[in-house]
Design a protein around this ligand. Structure first.
Ligand code: MAN
Length: 571
């Protein structure tokens, strides 16, 4: 037997003394209640050394004698004698003979239930021999070995283990499916990010082209303005009346050209109407009235009504007006009886000296002087020494207005493109969680009825309370951040543990009457579907939601809950 123990130790597998397993345990290797990873402390058949206090040694016969000898309780792995020990309330130095300096933190996690046919587990020492069968942890009933009050806890590990494995298989299946969905979300996030990057690149090209166009349009406008100024300088350096007459003459010429175009279009339309009328008139003459076609008859009737009101030939009353228009349309005609030359050459004594001067200079020199003049004039105008002598926007020519409008429109377009690039860049800089997994979920909304409200959670956007009996929707917070929060969770053994969970924080919602602005913490749990499991109002207008989603699944964990994966070989 010693040779076997040595071999096990050599292999790193702990064993226990013969006396101990023969006398105090129904297991073949260790004292009752000792888990495999602590077996190595129970090897000496003569003496037991307290695990956390190696200076304290007791005879091995004192192990599991229902008296707490070790400050860390390691001598009572199979009884409740040391159950008063707690990690939260360690002994004071006077409580124990070991005195000051002794480590009184329990060395063992609890009473070890082998649970053959299921999974081994540790149960709290105060539940050992308390007269209750704790099948949720100890399905083999081994914690009630003393049969206190005559209780006998039969071994139910076979059926409980079977049921657990069935559920575990189901759990694993949905975890696998959820992880697949998470993977898809990550892939989708990558695609969306790439799309935005590509869009930014395209928009940059568009913006550059639009900026080039702006420069070209600026040059066009400048050229047109210069041209008009030159004309004004050369032709009408005769004072305000002269300048006005020049502008009016230009405008009249523009109107004349527009009039000619409109008349051309009118004549074309008249010719077409005439042609149509002839077709219809012929149709009326040639159709067969005996042929009982309601559609044709109706068309003929309508033509007759139309023809009764007169046809396209009747433009005789327009002849006189057309003659007048013909006269107006002649570029060198009488021009409404206005002697433009006379008015353009009016010099009422206020003519700009500069304009007068420019009229006598060659065009190339005018251009150079014009810039200097513009600078000087602007300076004088801004100093209120000179009034602005140029025509205002209302007196601007069509060509200048058109050029200015084209420039303004293109500038606005550049502004929109740049804004769009900025918005996309901001989006790329946004926090969307590891690998951008939340990106495809943005603005995806899920709902749950609870009490008098339907609650809504829109991922990375907002949370809402929608009253079922009507009334306004209440905003419970706008998205602020992705965080990790610490929450209490009950594990499979029914113990409360503090665990880290992924959470979405929503704040600055609708202000609560006499209270804070509403806020919500959405705690995420791993599952295949996005679903609101629970909504609670933890404090007035401070809410928490438990929401399942594949994004919360941890790819590194495939199984959960086993207290010690190393115990698997016990099954
Ligand atoms: C509404 C809801 C409640 C909240 C009260 C506070 O009824 O938003 O959740 O507690 O307002 O006045």
């Amino acid at each position: 037997m010693r040779a076997r123990r040595d071999l096990l130790l050599l292999l790193g597998i702990a064993s226990c003394p013969i006396a101990a397993w023969a006398a105090s345990s129904d297991r073949s290797s260790c004292p009752r209640g000792v888990g495999p990873q602590f077996a190595k402390y129970y090897n000496d058949p003569e003496t037991f050394t307290c695990i956390s206090n190696p200076s304290i040694k007791i005879p091995f016969s004192a192990v599991n004698d229902d008296y707490c000898d070790c400050p860390d309780g390691s001598d009572e792995p199979g009884t409740s004698a040391c159950s008063h020990l707690s990690r939260l309330s360690p002994w004071t130095s006077s409580d124990h003979p070991a005195g000051e300096g002794a480590d009184r933190t329990p060395a063992l996690p609890g009473f070890y239930c082998p649970n053959k046919g299921h999974r081994p587990a540790y149960i709290a020492f105060n539940r050992v021999n308390d007269g209750v069968c704790d099948y949720d942890i100890c399905c083999d009933g081994s914690d009630e070995w003393a049969r206190v009050g005559g209780i006998k806890c039969e071994n139910r590990c076979k059926e409980i283990g079977k049921e657990w494995r069935k559920m575990e298989e189901q759990r694993q299946k949905s975890l696998t499916a959820a992880l697949r969905k998470k993977k898809e979300l990550v892939a989708e996030a990558g695609r969306l990010t790439k799309e935005i990057e590509d869009r930014i690149a395209d928009l940059e090209v568009e913006a550059a082209a639009q900026e080039n166009k702006v420069r070209a349009l600026e040059a066009d406008l400048e050229k047109i303005v210069r041209e008009e100024r030159r004309k004004a300088a050369q032709g009408k350096g005769k004072g305000k009346v002269g300048a006005l007459a020049g502008l009016a003459r230009n405008r009249v010429n523009e109107l004349r050209e527009a009039l000619a175009t409109v008349r051309e279009q009118r004549d074309e339309s008249r010719a077409r109407v005439k042609e149509l009328e002839e077709i219809l008139s012929k149709f009326k003459e040639e159709y067969n009235p005996n042929f009982n076609d309601e559609g044709v008859k109706r068309a003929v009737r309508r033509w007759e009504d139309y023809a009764a009101r007169g046809t396209a030939g009747d433009y005789s009353q327009d002849a006189e007006r057309d003659r007048n228009l013909d006269e107006i349309a002649q570029a060198d005609g009488p021009n409404f009886g206005i002697d433009w030359e006379h008015w353009e050459n009016q010099d009422e004594g206020e003519a700009s000296f500069v304009l007068k001067l420019l009229a006598y200079l060659p065009p190339s020199l005018v251009e150079v002087l014009e810039d200097k003049f513009t600078f000087l004039r602007d300076l004088l105008v801004s100093s209120n020494i000179l009034s602005r002598g140029e025509p205002d926007a209302a007196g601007e020519s069509t060509a200048v207005t058109k050029a200015r409008e084209a420039l303004d429109a293109e500038k606005a377009q550049v502004e929109r493109t740049r804004q769009s690039i900025e918005t996309h860049r901001e989006d790329l800089g946004q926090e969307y969680g590891a690998q951008g997994v939340f990106r495809p979920l943005k603005d995806v909304c899920i709902r749950r009825d609870s009490g008098e409200y339907t609650y809504e959670h829109c991922f990375l956007s907002q949370t809402k309370q929608i009253p079922k009996k009507g009334g306004g929707t209440i905003n419970m917070g706008r998205f602020e951040a992705i965080k990790t929060v610490q929450v209490d969770d009950v594990n499979e053994a029914g113990e409360v543990q503090t665990v880290s969970k992924l959470a979405l924080v929503y704040s600055s919602g609708q202000r609560c009457w006499n209270g804070p602005a509403r806020s919500t913490t959405v705690i995420l749990e791993c599952a295949e579907e996005n679903e609101i499991l629970k909504v609670t109002e933890d404090e007035k207008c401070i809410y928490s939601m438990v929401v399942t989603s594949p994004v919360a699944c941890d790819d590194t964990t495939t199984t959960k809950g086993s207290q010690d994966e190393g115990y698997k070989d016990e099954l």
